[in-house]
Structure formats: structure tokens, C-alpha cells
Design a protein around this ligand. Structure first.
Ligand code: ADP
Ligand code: MG
Length: 227
């Protein structure tokens, strides 16, 4: 099993008061190798919170997170950063590319911590292959401001895959795209799931994107139920 969330709860304190609001209410979720999962639900229902807990960007108030069988709470910050880097890829609604770097440089950015020259070389070859795979070779030397939103988002997908993660987490990845680009990205994600052996957990409002996944969960009033 790639990831195992056990009895996750999350409470937030309201700013300026001691009142706690429950966002996630005893959620358990297992994610298997190569599985494709969509999480849908109204705005404010806790989808991003859940995805961030799964991606170790946020901590639950209670409950346990296991990645690749490892209990996350037992790891120090270094090991956690290591796991996050090698095991998980993230795609957000906004591409978060660095404006001062070219497409290729943005894609290569996650490789900076890699000191092994051979591994770096292989990763660079993979970058070039993946950029080609998503149809962006002719744009490699362009800066984000010279790319369309759809091209930027495809670049963000390549960047997320560059370290060969087992788990790709995407938070409304088609949220800022028009219908045609959203469709293209949805197809690309489901193809890459197979080609790259990567499980997908996608938070989305798009029923079309959700429909391409194996399972659709609905988050409602803190509970996660199969739709
Ligand atoms: N850091 C935070 N502090 C306080 N409340 C938060 C924080 N982050 C999110 N929330 C609240 O938790 C709820 C769920 O937020 P979120 O996970 O972003 O929902 P979704 O992604 O489904 O729109 C919202 O009511 C939001 O206001
Ligand atoms: Mg959100």
C-alpha cells in the first residue's frame, strides 16, 4: 500500500478566538499502487486540507499517516523532506513556476538536491523525454510569461514527475484552464498514471476529470464517502 490514512481529524482555530472548527472527521483512506482517486466536494469542505495532510505539508489534529508503510509522525524533518521529495509529486491549481527560469530549468529545479552526477544525468534525460511527451519540446527555452496557462500547467505536471514519485497529488489541476486545455490535461494525467507507474489523487470540481479515475470520493461535513 502506498499511503494509509487512519482516523484523521483536523480542527482549525478560528482567528481571534478559541473556538475550534472541525474540518475532517475521522477519515480513513488507503491508496494502492497505481490507483486513481478523485476527491470531490463543495468549496470549503476540506479537500485541500486532506490532500495536504496526505502530502505531509500539513499535520492532522489526530490520526495517523503512513507513506510506503512508514509512520510519518516518527520521522524527523530531514527524513520527511526526503520522502516528500522522492515519493510524492504535487500539482496545484496555479502552476507556481518560477518566472525567472525557463521551462526546462523549472522542470530541473527539484533535482538540485541530487548530488550524484549519474542520477542527475539520467534525470535530465527523463526531463527532456517528459517535456517531449507532453508536447512542449519547442517551448523548452521559453519563460513562463511566454507560455499559455495550459502549457504552464503541463510543465508543472512534468516537474512533479521528475523525481519519479509513486504518488501524484493534484489540487484542482484544471481549475484555471479553459475546457479544451482542461480536457487535454485530464487525458494527460490519466495516461501518465499508466506510463509512469504513479498513483493519482486528484481534487477536482470537474466531473469529467473525476470520471477518469477508478474511485470518486465525496467529502461532505468532514466525512469521506465513496460517490
Ligand atoms: N490555516 C487555516 N486556519 C483556519 N481555517 C482554515 C485553514 N485552512 C483552511 N481552513 C478552513 O478549513 C475549511 C476547509 O478548507 P479547505 O481544505 O481549503 O477546503 P476546500 O479545499 O475543500 O475548499 C474552510 O472552512 C477553511 O476556511
Ligand atoms: Mg481547496
Amino acid at each position: 500500500m502506498l499511503a494509509d490514512l487512519q482516523h484523521i481529524t483536523k480542527y482549525y482555530k478560528q482567528p481571534g478566538s478559541d473556538i475550534l472548527t472541525m474540518v475532517l472527521d475521522d477519515i480513513s483512506l488507503q491508496i494502492n499502487e497505481n490507483e486513481r482517486i478523485a476527491i470531490v466536494g463543495p468549496s470549503g469542505s476540506g479537500k485541500s486540507t486532506l490532500l495536504n495532510i496526505l502530502g505531509t505539508l500539513d499535520k492532522p489534529t489526530s490520526g495517523k499517516v503512513f507513506l510506503d508503510g512508514l509512520p510519518i509522525e516518527a520521522l524527523d524533518d530531514n527524513s520527511l523532506a526526503g520522502i516528500r521529495n522522492s515519493f510524492i509529486g504535487f500539482v496545484f491549481q496555479m502552476h507556481h513556476l518560477l518566472p525567472q527560469l525557463t521551462l526546462l530549468e523549472n522542470v530541473l529545479l527539484p533535482l538540485l538536491p541530487q548530488k550524484d552526477k549519474t542520477a542527475q544525468k539520467l534525470a535530465q534525460e527523463r526531463a527532456i523525454h517528459l517535456i517531449d511527451r507532453v508536447g512542449l519540446t519547442a517551448h523548452s527555452k521559453k519563460y513562463p510569461s511566454q507560455l499559455s496557462v495550459g502549457e504552464c500547467q503541463r510543465t508543472a505536471v512534468v516537474r512533479a514527475l521528475i523525481n519519479q514519485p509513486r504518488l501524484l497529488l493534484a489540487d484542482e489541476p484544471t481549475g484555471s484552464l479553459d475546457a479544451a486545455n482542461a480536457d487535454q490535461l485530464a487525458n494527460l494525467l490519466s495516461e501518465l498514471n499508466q506510463e509512469q507507474n504513479v498513483a493519482l489523487v486528484i481534487v477536482t470540481h470537474s466531473l469529467e476529470l473525476a470520471g477518469k479515475m477508478d474511485k470518486i470520493y465525496q467529502l461532505h461535513e468532514g466525512k469521506l464517502v465513496l460517490a
